[in-house]
Write a protein that binds this ligand. Structure first.
Ligand code: ADP
Ligand code: TRP
Length: 324
C-alpha cells in the first residue's frame, strides 16, 4: 500500500495553476490501486500570509469545494483541514528542534518574501518545518506537488533522515516528491507563474462575465490582427495548450501562424474552452459554496481518520524523545 498526501493553502479560491498542478494530478493518483490518499487544506500555512479570519474561513471552504467539484471522493480519500488535526503543530515543534537554522534560511519560501527581516514573521520562516510535519505525521511515501515545491520536499526528506539517524531508529518514512512533467508551471495572465501572490491568476469558478474580463486581460505583444503570431511565446496559447486536446491546439496554432487572427479571437477561444471543459465543475463548486454545512460534514469524516493516524505517530515520536 502506497500512501500519498498533498495539501493546498487556503489563501484564496484555487486557480487554474492549483487545479492543473495539484488538484487534478492528486485526484488521479488517489484513484490508483493499492493507494491510500490524504488530501488536506493547509489553513495553518495560510496564516503566514493572511490575518483576516473571514478570509481564512471563506478560502478554506473554497478550497474544499474546489477539490470536491473536481471529483475528490471523500469516502475513499482522507480529506481534512490541517487545523482540525492540531497534532501537526506538536510534531512541528519537535522537528523545529531537529532542523538546522541555515536549512530554513536558504528556503525560497523565506528568502523570496520581503526585503526586510522585520516584514517576515517567524511562521513564514518555519513554514517548511510545518510542511515536513504535515507529511511525516502520516508515514507518507509520495507527495504530488508542483515544481516550485520541490525544495520543501527536499527539506522534508533531509529533516526525516537526520531525525531518524539522531534517534537511531526509522521513526519517519522518507517521502518522495512526484512532479507531473506534463504540467510544469501554468503561466498567469502576465506570463509569469500563475500565483495568488502575484495576483495574476484565473479563477475558473467566476461568473462568465467576470471570467471573461480576466481572460481578456491576458498580456500579449502588440502584433496587429493581420500579422502572423508566434504561439510558442504567447501566454494565451500556452494556457490553451494545457487545456485543449491535440486538434483544438493544432487549429489554434495554425490560426496564429497564418495571420488574420487577433489576440482577441484567441482569448475568446480560451474562454470558450474553459467554460466548456469545466461546465460541471463550475456548477458543482457554486452549489457547494452555498451549502457549507454539507462541506463541513464531509471534512469531519476525514478529520476523524487523520486524527487517529496522527495520534499513533505522535505516540511513537514522544517515546523516542523521552516524553512518554
Ligand atoms: P500560489 O502560488 O498561488 O500561492 P500555492 O503555493 O498555494 O499556490 O500552490 C498550491 C499547489 O498548486 C502546489 O502544489 C503548487 O505547486 C501548485 N501550483 C501553484 N501554482 C501553480 C502553477 N502556476 N502551475 C502549476 N502548479 C502550481
Ligand atoms: N506549501 C504547499 C504549497 O504552498 C502547501 C502544502 C502545505 C503542502 N503542506 C503540504 C503540499 C504538504 C504538499 C504536502 O503549495
Amino acid at each position: 500500500m502506497t500512501r500519498i498526501l498533498t495539501g493546498i493553502q487556503s489563501t484564496n479560491v484555487p486557480h487554474l495553476g492549483n487545479i492543473l498542478g495539484a488538484i487534478l494530478p492528486a485526484i488521479e493518483l488517489s484513484k490508483k490501486e493499492n493507494t491510500e490518499s490524504l488530501l488536506f487544506i493547509a489553513d495553518f500555512h495560510a496564516l503566514t500570509s493572511i490575518k483576516n479570519p473571514a478570509l481564512i474561513k471563506e478560502s478554506t471552504m473554497a478550497v474544499a469545494a474546489a477539490w470536491l467539484a473536481f471529483g475528490l471522493d471523500s469516502t475513499k480519500t482522507i480529506f481534512y483541514r490541517q487545523s482540525k488535526v492540531p497534532q501537526v503543530s506538536e510534531l512541528t515543534w519537535y522537528l523545529n528542534c531537529y532542523t538546522p537554522f541555515p536549512m530554513l534560511a536558504n528556503a525560497h519560501s523565506f528568502k523570496d518574501k520581503g526585503e526586510r527581516l522585520s516584514d517576515v514573521n517567524v511562521g513564514l520562516f518555519t513554514y517548511p518545518v510545518l510542511m515536513a510535519a504535515d507529511i511525516l505525521l502520516y508515514d507518507v511515501h509520495k507527495v504530488p506537488v508542483g515544481k516550485d515545491q520541490m525544495q520543501h520536499l527536499e527539506i522534508t526528506a533531509d529533516i526525516a533522515k537526520s531525525f531518524n539517524h539522531k534517534v537511531g531508529t526509522d521513526v519517519f518514512v522518507i517521502p518522495e516528491a512526484i512532479v507531473d512533467d506534463r504540467v510544469m508551471l501554468v503561466p498567469g495572465i502576465d506570463g509569469q507563474k500563475m500565483s495568488k501572490s502575484y495576483n495574476n491568476f484565473i479563477n475558473i469558478f467566476l461568473p462568465e462575465k467576470e471570467l471573461k474580463k480576466i481572460v481578456m486581460s491576458i498580456v500579449t505583444d502588440s502584433k496587429g490582427l493581420e500579422e502572423s503570431k508566434d504561439p510558442s511565446t504567447d501566454t494565451i496559447f500556452k494556457i490553451f495548450k494545457l487545456l485543449g486536446n491535440e486538434n483544438q491546439t493544432e487549429e489554434l496554432r495554425k490560426n496564429y501562424i497564418k495571420g488574420g487572427f487577433g489576440y482577441g479571437h484567441a482569448k475568446n477561444a480560451l474562454l470558450e474552452l474553459i467554460l466548456d471543459n469545466y461546465k460541471e465543475q463550475r456548477i458543482n463548486y457554486n452549489k457547494l459554496m452555498t451549502n457549507t454545512s454539507a462541506l463541513e460534514k464531509e471534512l469531519a469524516i476525514g478529520e476523524t481518520k487523520a486524527s487517529k493516524i496522527a495520534n499513533e505517530k505522535l505516540k511513537q515520536v514522544r517515546q523516542v524523545l523521552g516524553f512518554n
